[in-house]
Design a protein around this ligand. Structure first.
Ligand SMILES: CC(C)(COP(=O)(O)OP(=O)(O)OC[C@H]1O[C@@H](n2cnc3c(N)ncnc32)[C@H](O)[C@@H]1OP(=O)(O)O)[C@@H](O)C(=O)NCCC(=O)NCCS
Length: 384
């Protein structure tokens, strides 16, 4: 029998659009108003006052930590920044033309094999794994990048914050306070975003009672695609290809005429300006003014103007990936690590959702509508 729509308890929705798959207290997006909250706190407030460490604690445990809790949590993350030597060798053996997202995916998978809690499925062990993965992913991103460039690997610095240490391990230089703070804001803005594709992927894996490392590997794989976190790298490619403010209008019009997607625009939930893009736009503006290198920001602003004029009526506005690409460019970070940096932040949200969902787990097992043939006669091989 071919399936019939009436058999299903809920209407079919392509890409699960509008279908709730979990109940969560972690974050909420108001896509009409363009608001985002983590555990009730507006993203603008966290971007102004919080740190990545504090935000991660908030996402996992539901409340802001007190001083002792925060100090202990930070110490825990610092203690787990190092990765084993064999992992460094392994990164060194990955072909140089491998994208750092693939290196990250491979390394997180391997970390799972050596995790001291690998046979422990308790909540406590899951939290310890979340700490280790969060701490070590930043190190892997930095090492994957430096290995590709043939640069020496830099030991983590326990005196630096998570954000500052990440920049230090990437660039080899301790960032100034302003740059370190900007990195912190970037990590906070990317840390969590509701039921997106990578979070859902991680949760589906976790719901089978598989392990935390597998769930995060799944999240990394899903984030990589250009319709999700991979867009930030494509944004910079597009801006570099456009090359000048004058080229923006014909480029965008031509792309839209060919029905191509403009990277860094549009969102399944936001039908207005993404609040994270608004914050990052201001950083991008300040950085480009400060450096005197205003060309990239000017091209970006012009793209925004043209795309909103052409597609605003459809609810297509800049998303987080658009201005983050300019900010990274201004920080002189190479584009192939834009998405790995996104992953190094989003691991906080992936793990938060896994921890929350497993407290009341039910395996994800949706269904599908069969529209293939029925009652087909089997013809033996020799007669085909
Ligand atoms: C994010 C994204 C996948 C959401 O997709 P979605 O929810 O399935 O959105 P839809 O495909 O239903 O888009 C609705 C309409 O807006 C258009 N649209 C959406 N994003 C667009 C974009 N970036 N460029 C051009 N048109 C876009 C669609 O073509 C569609 O038009 P139509 O109704 O005439 O067919 C999509 O906006 C996109 O591909 N963006 C570019 C990649 C990106 O920046 N990803 C990062 C997201 S944070």
């Amino acid at each position: 029998m071919v399936s019939r729509m009436e058999e299903f308890q809920v209407p079919f929705s392509r890409g699960l659009e509008g279908v709730p798959v979990a109940i969560t207290a972690i974050s909420h997006i108001d896509g009409k108003q363009g608001n985002l909250i983590y555990r009730g706190f507006p993203i603008e407030v966290l971007a102004q006052f919080s740190t990545f460490e504090e935000t991660t604690y908030l996402l996992w445990f539901g409340d802001l930590p007190n001083k002792d809790e925060l100090e202990n949590f930070k110490r825990d993350l610092i203690e787990h920044r190092r990765i084993p030597d064999f992992m460094k060798e392994c990164i060194g053996n990955i072909p140089r033309d491998t994208h750092p997202m693939e290196a990250l995916r491979t390394c997180v998978s391997m970390l799972g094999c050596f995790d001291p809690d690998k046979h422990d499925t308790s909540r406590g062990a899951r939290i310890r794994k979340a700490v280790r993965i969060t701490a070590q992913m930043a190190t892997i991103v930095a090492y994957a990048h430096r290995t590709r460039k043939g640069l020496e690997l830099i030991d983590p610095n326990p005196n630096l914050s998570h954000a500052a240490n990440l920049l230090y391990m990437l660039t080899g230089e301790v960032p100034d306070a302003e740059t370190a703070r900007l990195m912190d804001v970037i990590l906070i803005l990317h840390a969590e975003h509701g039921m997106n594709a990578s979070t859902f992927a991680a949760m589906v894996i976790a719901s089978t009672l598989s392990d935390m490392h597998s769930a995060i590997v799944g999240g990394i794989g899903a984030l990589r695609g250009p319709l999700h976190g991979g867009a930030n790298e494509r944004v910079l490619e597009m801006i570099e290809e456009i090359g000048s403010v004058e080229n923006v209008e014909p480029y965008i019009k031509n792309a839209l005429a060919q029905r191509r997607r403009i990277m860094g625009f549009g969102h399944r939930v936001y039908k207005t300006y993404d609040p994270r893009a608004r914050i990052l736009k201001e950083y991008a503006r300040k950085l480009s003014q400060k450096s005197g290198q205003t060309k990239w920001f000017e091209i970006a602003e012009k793209i925004e103007e043209v795309v909103i004029r052409e597609l605003g009526a459809k609810g297509v506005f800049p998303n987080v990936d658009f201005y983050s690409a300019i900010v990274y460019k201004m920080l002189d970070l190479p584009k192939e690590i834009f998405t790995p940096l996104f992953a190094a932040a989003r691991v906080a949200g992936w793990t938060a959702h896994v921890l929350e969902y497993l407290q009341n787990n039910r395996i994800f097992r949706p269904t599908s509508i069969y529209n293939g043939p029925t009652e087909v006669e089997y013809i033996p091989l020799e007669e085909r």
